[in-house]
Design a protein around this ligand. Sequence first.
Ligand SMILES: Cc1cc2nc3c(=O)[nH]c(=O)nc-3n(C[C@H](O)[C@H](O)[C@H](O)COP(=O)(O)OP(=O)(O)OC[C@H]3O[C@@H](n4cnc5c(N)ncnc54)[C@H](O)[C@@H]3O)c2cc1C
Length: 389
Amino acid sequence: MNGPSYDITVIGAGSVGNPAAMFLAQRGLKVLVLEKNTAPGQGENKAAIGGVRATHSDPAKISLCLRSIDHFSTFRDAYGLDIGWKEGGYCFPVFDEDIESMLRGLLPTQHHYGLDIDWHDAEAIKEIVPGINEKNLRGGTYSPGDGQVSPLMFADACWKVATQHGAVYRFDETVVDIIVRSGRVVGVNTDKGSYSAGAVLNTAGAEARRIGEMTDLDVPVQPDSHEAGISAPIKLFLDPLIVDLRPGREGKTANFYFGQNSEGQIIFCYTPRDLFVGENIESTSEFLPIIARRIIDLIPALQHLLIRRVWRGLYPMTPDGVPIIDRANEIEGMYLGVGMCGQGFMLGPGAAECLAALIAEGEPTIPPEVFSELSFKRDFYHARGEGLM
Ligand SMILES: Cc1cc2nc3c(=O)[nH]c(=O)nc-3n(C[C@H](O)[C@H](O)[C@H](O)COP(=O)(O)OP(=O)(O)OC[C@H]3O[C@@H](n4cnc5c(N)ncnc54)[C@H](O)[C@@H]3O)c2cc1C
């Protein structure tokens, strides 16, 4: 390894690696980021629709996302950079009894972890979601502190702040090997060169398992693919992101979600009932007709929307749907920030800050009993309680 030497090499400038580089550089570490794409945030980060909520069922996700929201909502004041933050909350409107009892059942845990979320009756939900179809509407939950961010603007902003603090980014450069000597990480090889590194952070998203294999670590991340789309802008009328947890009558969708971003565009996505496991990101012809029907059924006035484009990207899934944020004890200096599933953008800054603290100070930012849920060594097949997507 004749190349320059760094305290830490971050693999991937995505939803997690990019803010991690920022927090690590702010802590005074010498940081190298290696990214195979030609700009930050061009992996799965740019597939995200930018929904940001702390309203989860899982204490670790709640804790990390509360920190993320702190960072997103203050980013402009802290650094003078616009990231498209829109605080409009999340609303889960409810039309059937089972979903009502599931969502109401989560409220005590959510309140325990400090979330501003409550159950509202149908009249209140009609105010929160103008034009919502009232048929069978029972009410719903609303968490006003959640919001939306532009994933591309945030990627660019993080990269700027990280480089101002001395982080070095090398784009269009693919990590091909990690060098381990006497049980500890000493460097990485790329398709362009070699670098010495005291530590390596695997934030390679959907490719995390391949990076793990370079040091014989079995990192249980398996991607599956999801589609999204965006409309031309319309007059701002919708504050929250809407999540409809009902399975679709068409038999193809498990749930769907959409919102209006700070530019006025409607941005939307669904969870397929039968997951498409693998790395195929070709758009399908069935996505748009199916989601259009579901959105129009929920807010009929949206039938006149003009759709600009659709795309398909990957959720980097773990078997239990919870990320891995940990050190790999088998190899000194090896860290993991992977398996972000369908929430990696909203988890990004919170997870990144937790990793930066773990790497630089040896302690995570969240309590040990919560942090242990994110362990690399947990039982990934242990059944968890009923959770939100
Ligand atoms: C349709 C859709 C909608 C979504 N909506 C949301 C949402 O609203 N909110 C939300 O929170 N999440 C959402 N997500 C999920 C979110 O996009 C992901 O969870 C998140 O981007 C994963 O972050 P990551 O940092 O793990 O991966 P990425 O952002 O993909 O970053 C990994 C990076 O590593 C790089 N890399 C990989 N291998 C190598 C290598 N060998 N050498 C160098 N670089 C490498 C990649 O190029 C990539 O840039 C959505 C996903 C999809 C598909």
